[in-house]
Design a protein around this ligand. Sequence first.
Ligand code: CO
Length: 134
Amino acid sequence: MFKKVDHIGIAVNSIDEALKFFRDALGLEVESIEEVPDQKVRIAFLPVGETHIELLEPTAPDSNVAKFLEKKGEGIHHIALNAPDIEAALGTLKDRGVALIDSEPRIGAGNKKIAFMHPKGTHRVLMEICQDAD
Ligand code: CO
């Protein structure tokens, strides 16, 4: 159902500030930086081999990432698994009783289809499923 860890999402106060570590110190490349108004975040993607680091910076005080930062501070926000067929994966998870935040995929950064599982059923790790854009 899943082929790899697509990315690890990290909540940061400022992408510019965080790039001093992830880009300048670690030497990772920035593949893209884009704003996703729907989720009220700015997202930077930094490939590391087959997977990516995803930096998430809130663009509004009522964004989920802003609330996360307020409660927990910066740190790992979610883990995303790449599914070749996200609709099929969501159907299988539903059949297996996994609680979902999104029962239908929505469009995230990079035009990917994404959906989140509910952390109450995932040992409190927020898990995302995503499918590559065509
Ligand atoms: Co993500």
